[in-house]
Ligand binder design. Structure first.
Ligand SMILES: Cc1cc2nc3c(=O)[nH]c(=O)nc-3n(C[C@H](O)[C@H](O)[C@H](O)COP(=O)(O)OP(=O)(O)OC[C@H]3O[C@@H](n4cnc5c(N)ncnc54)[C@H](O)[C@@H]3O)c2cc1C
Length: 511
């Protein structure tokens, strides 16, 4: 059997794993091994700057192509959950929006027991991750690997959408990633020089030649090697061959909100009753593993049009067209919890595609109360886990999405957008009262692709990692990816995962 040894073993080469591998290997004395289940690259569409091109990557070799259990809250729909399976992970197949949450999102983590995890504590790591030219350097990064370029000038439809948001009362912001992020701003994207910039492009590819960094692709971790309460390394397979990598210092899981809890459960770390039921020997009874699963939920309003922006404006070759998004709140006394995103195309329900002409306003719940679980279907690592996000199981989520629908309609029906609109196509004029709006939301709500929370930071019994991201009751093992968020943030999650991983590398190297 092939046995390799590193100082650090990183499991998963996605958003977080690329940051960790690059930062940890910047010390030439530290041997770093990165295991990634997917391959080094994938279809050409992966480099396209057009977010809609991501649709064509789903269900290909670079996608785990998970699906949820039937969701009673959304009329028993089974939801497709794409997740990247390639260097760069989900950042290689995502919508490329670069957006931090509102400061309240991070301050909420500390209130839930994640000591010293708040906006101010994370700010240096957000800044370290990016280079955002022309922004306030006190809040935005000036020399980080993820380059944020100005989007091409907005087309006239996108400009009308920005004015529409102001017309419906949202404050115009210079920078939606600034300290004040409630209001309307131009979305930023992970596009540099006309190409998608995944975490692999930004962090990993520039350092691949380092002699102390070993990247093994096509390497699926199937079990952590636990001995005497300590993680010694990882058992993985490459092309059907079982191999072992040992970690002299630490193993860090960066396999994502699905992959990390799945690997812990397969390794006997999780709720003891559940592990026994599935025939896995219990090595550490950690009841929180796989719990607290939650996701942003989205739906949209679609308008028809007999007019389109000039064709030269529709698909700028150098990047995605600028689009406006709005962060707002469902009630004055809660943190911002609704995101409206304008799209200059008629989206088909539940991400089944988009048609040119018309426009859509997505409304997404950014602070869901519903909580679900990830559980083993089988002790066989090749069998996908059971994913149950329990969408809309908490009625408060449905009520807030109905309000989101009303706010999206307010924006979509403004005077500013009148020249671009014939009529509302979905949900349409018949859907007005609360009951029909609720029914519309239940029948159209879907993932916004941002699952988190399955290995959350905290200090209570259900926490999986402590505030230093060390797995409770297993030495030599940390987790640093989307799974550690105690609660999700009021933005798509990639920028936050970059900051979490930056901080993890800092903690692991004695910061
Ligand atoms: C379709 C889609 C659209 C999205 N749009 C946006 C957006 O526009 N903006 C935004 O901010 N966020 C977006 N996101 C979310 C964002 O991309 C994720 O939150 C982020 O990439 C998560 O990072 P991660 O490191 O936790 O996991 P991932 O990036 O998913 O990385 C996990 C990695 O671990 C690997 N892995 C898993 N299990 C194993 C194993 N057993 N052995 C070895 N390797 C393993 C995977 O192959 C993967 O490479 C989107 C996500 C998707 C899927």
């Amino acid at each position: 059997m092939t046995v390799l040894t590193g100082d650090y073993v990183v499991v998963g080469g996605g958003t977080a794993g690329c940051v960790l591998a690059a930062r940890l290997s910047s010390d030439p004395g530290a041997r770093v091994v990165l295991l990634e289940a997917g391959e080094a690259s994938g279809p050409r569409a992966m480099s396209s700057p057009d977010p809609l091109a991501a649709f064509s990557l789903w269900s290909t070799s670079v996608d785990w192509a998970y699906s949820t259990t039937a969701q009673p809250g959304t009329e028993d729909a089974v939801h497709a959950w794409p997740r990247g399976k390639v260097l760069g992970g989900s950042s290689a197949i995502n919508g490329m929006v670069h957006h931090r949450g509102h400061p309240d999102s991070y301050d909420a983590w500390e209130k839930q027991g994640a000591t010293d995890w708040n906006y101010d504590a994370l700010l240096p790591f957000f800044r370290r991750s990016e280079t955002a030219e022309g922004r306030d350097p006190h809040v935005r990064g000036t020399d980080g690997p993820m380059r944020i370029e100005a989007s091409p000038a907005p087309n006239p439809l996108a400009e009308a959408a920005f004015r529409a948001a102001v017309e419906s009362g949202h404050t115009p912001l210079e920078d939606g990633n600034g300290r004040v992020s409630e209001g309307v701003s131009w979305r930023e994207t992970n596009v540099a020089q006309g190409r998608r910039q995944s975490a692999a492009d930004a962090y990993l590819r520039p350092v691949l030649a380092r002699p102390n960094l070993t990247v093994i692709t096509g390497a699926q971790a199937r079990r952590l090697l636990l001995e005497g309460g300590r993680c010694r390394g990882v058992e993985y397979t490459v092309a059907g061959e079982v191999r072992t990598v040992l970690a002299d210092r630490e193993t860090v899981l960066a396999a994502g909100a699905i992959g990390s809890p799945h690997l812990l459960l397969l390794s006997g770390v999780g709720p003891a009753d559940h592990l026994r039921e599935t025939g896995v020997e219990v090595l550490a009874d950690l009841p929180g593993v796989g719990g607290n699963l939650h996701d942003h939920v989205t739906s949209y309003v679609v308008y028809g049009s007999d007019r389109q922006p000039p064709s030269s404006d529709q698909r700028p070759p150098t990047g995605p067209s600028a689009e406006a998004h709005v962060l707002t709140r469902s009630r004055a006394d809660v943190a911002p919890d609704l995101l409206l995103l304008f799209a200059g195309a008629a989206l088909r329900p539940r991400w089944t595609g988009a048609d040119p002409g018309g426009y859509s306003v997505l409304f997404s719940l950014m602070d869901p109360s519903s909580r679900g679980t990830l559980r083993l279907r089988s002790a066989d690592p090749a069998v996908p886990a059971l994913i149950d996000p329990a969408y809309l199981s908490d009625d408060r989520d449905l009520d807030r999405l109905v309000l989101g629908l009303r706010l999206a309609r307010e924006l979509g029906g403004t005077k500013a957008l009148a020249p671009w609109r014939t009529a509302e196509s979905f949900p349409g004029a018949d859907v007005q009262d609360d009951d029909s709006c609720r029914a519309y939301v239940r029948s159209t709500a879907s993932t916004y692709f941002h699952p988190v929370g399955t290995c959350r930071i905290g200090t209570d019994e259900l926490a999986v990692v402590d505030p230093q991201l060390r797995v409770r009751s297993v030495a030599g093992l940390r987790i640093a990816d989307a799974s550690v968020m105690p609660s999700t943030v009021s933005a798509p999650t990639n920028a936050t995962v970059l900051a979490i991983a930056e901080r993890a590398a800092h903690l692991m190297t004695g910061g």
